[in-house]
Write a protein that binds this ligand. Structure first.
Ligand SMILES: Cc1cc2nc3c(=O)[nH]c(=O)nc-3n(C[C@H](O)[C@H](O)[C@H](O)COP(=O)(O)OP(=O)(O)OC[C@H]3O[C@@H](n4cnc5c(N)ncnc54)[C@H](O)[C@@H]3O)c2cc1C
Length: 460
């Protein structure tokens, strides 16, 4: 028997639940399907648990630095990984249960638990159940990519998902991948007490960022005793007794790195491989991402794709924004679109990196006339008072329109302070608006107007 709905949503990540509430609230009969954990990646294996763990790692780090602040911690600092995990689990669970209950208690919304597959462009199976609707919304997210690497089959490895089960100290952790996920895990485990080696194939960490950002983060991590192996062109693995050995062909440094545990943090892949998309005729790109237009419509009328699986971005806030766009288009007669969005995100190392808009390198490539301003965090009184003066802030402005093109704040509170710049960008206001704003003292944000007052031409 087939049950008919007005809308089917596949996946309860960051887009599906909001859209379910909006559609059901508008009186549509909605089905939403989840195959595993309500809330998806962010809630269970991504942002929320990792940031909870980053918070534990920060406390450990600051406790070790207590004497710098005139505080005595007697008997040294030790980390109880079981408690770290329990705390993290409790925080995730609150969110997961909130998502699940919210959906199950919503009028007009039926929750199916199981793996959804398209049987045709209008028909979806969930185990023995068949459900059909004229509008289907895909929010299936992604998972850790595990590329073929020589010898990987001979060793055990962790991903961001299995890391969530760790409740003991990992004595010597090898992290493969020097981007956002790898750096967050690498620094947090170093602070828990592990020896950490990060192996990156490229010439620098987080290569999407400007070189000065990568360089400063590299210095911060190396300063905490993390071994960094860059330019690791060929990586292979083997076992030596209980140890995992990574053979790397780096420029400089040892070409064999051994550890007790291995974390692969080398990117993500979309969960589109077992969804029956061929039966629905939905077009994928060569990496398996669902091709969508500026309003999240796939190649098949009546099917939309939101969040990580469409390859347009890979953040919680962008997935959620996808669902806001779809809801606005369908219910509010509001033509919101992806291209309204300004790229913004944070890297949650400590100090964090807050980013908005283009990098300096991207601006240079556009060939336009630009101005750049940069101030070290040592000039931020709040950072100095907190004893956390690492990093810098930087902004790039269009010399002709005076609009802000991009900014980076690597420093304490950088993930929050970036928003004062981001909001001016959304307002399409000239940078002079923020330059003349009077910010509160002492805050990290108060140096932004000063930085805006000292812009220099961007060398080409
Ligand atoms: C370690 C880590 C840290 C991160 N930290 C941050 C951060 O700090 N900030 C940030 O913005 N982003 C962060 N991200 C990214 C963020 O988690 C994702 O961008 C976000 O979760 C959006 O995902 P989504 O809505 O596309 O889908 P997901 O959250 O991945 O949810 C997809 C859901 O669909 C379900 N599903 C999949 N296939 C099917 C099927 N066939 N049938 C039924 N259900 C199905 C899955 O079980 C899952 O619940 C992080 C990611 C990782 C891995």
């Amino acid at each position: 028997m087939t049950t008919r709905f007005d809308a089917i949503i596949i996946g309860t990540g960051q887009a599906g639940p909001f859209l379910a509430h909006r559609l059901a609230g508008a009186g549509l009969k909605v089905a939403i399907v989840e195959r595993k954990l309500f809330g998806g990646t962010c809630v269970n294996t991504g942002c929320i648990p990792t940031k909870a763990m980053v918070a534990s790692a920060y406390v450990g780090h600051m406790a070790r630095r207590a004497a710098d602040f005139g505080v005595t911690v007697t008997d040294g600092v030790s980390v109880d990984m079981r408690r770290v995990k329990e705390r993290k689990d409790a925080i995730s669970e609150t969110s997961r249960v909130g998502v699940e209950k919210g959906l199950k208690q919503t009028e007009n919304c039926t929750v199916y638990e199981g793996h959804a597959r398209f049987e045709s462009a209008r028909l979806v199976s969930v185990g023995p159940e068949r459900i059909t609707a004229d509008r289907i919304f895909i929010n299936v997210g992604g998972r850790a990519r595990v590329p073929p690497m020589p010898g990987l089959e001979h060793v055990q490895y962790l991903t961001n998902s299995s890391m969530m089960e760790i409740d003991c100290l990992l004595p010597r952790l090898i992290v493969v991948g020097g981007s956002y996920v790898g750096l967050e895990f690498g620094q947090m485990f170093r602070r828990f007490g592990s020896e950490v080696a990060i192996i990156e194939m490229g010439p620098r960490l987080i290569q999407r960022e400007d070189e000065d950002v990568s360089g400063a983060i590299q210095e911060i991590l190396a300063g905490e005793g993390i071994q960094l192996h860059l330019n690791a062109k060929c990586i292979g693995f083997s076992r030596r007794g209980a140890e995992i050995v990574a053979q790397v062909d780096c420029t400089g440094g040892p070409n064999e790195i051994s550890g007790t545990h291995l974390l692969l943090a080398v990117g993500r892949r979309p969960n589109t491989d077992d969804l029956g998309l061929d039966k629905a005729g939905v077009e994928l790109d060569k990496h398996g991402y669902i091709v969508v237009d500026d309003q999240l419509r796939t190649s098949v009328p009546g099917i939309w794709a939101m969040g990580d699986c469409n390859g347009r971005s890979a953040f919680t806030h962008t997935s959620f924004n996808d669902s806001e766009i779809v809801a606005a288009n369908l219910l509010d007669n509001d033509p919101r679109r992806i291209s309204d969005r300004i790229q913004a995100y944070a890297l949650y190392t400590d100090p964090p990196l807050g980013r908005a808009g283009l990098t300096e390198a991207e601006v240079r490539k556009t060939g336009r006339r630009a101005l750049v301003g940069k101030r070290p965090m040592t000039k931020v009184s709040r950072a100095v008072e907190k004893g956390e003066p690492q990093g810098f802030m930087k902004v790039v402005v269009d010399a002709d329109t005076r609009e802000i093109l991009g900014a980076a704040i690597l420093g304490v509170g950088g993930d929050e302070a970036i928003h004062s710049i981001l909001d001016v960008m959304y307002a399409k206001a000239p940078y002079t608006v923020i330059q003349r704003a009077v910010h509160i003292h002492p805050t990290v944000s108060e140096l932004i107007p000063t930085m805006m007052g000292e812009l220099q031409p961007l060398a080409s």
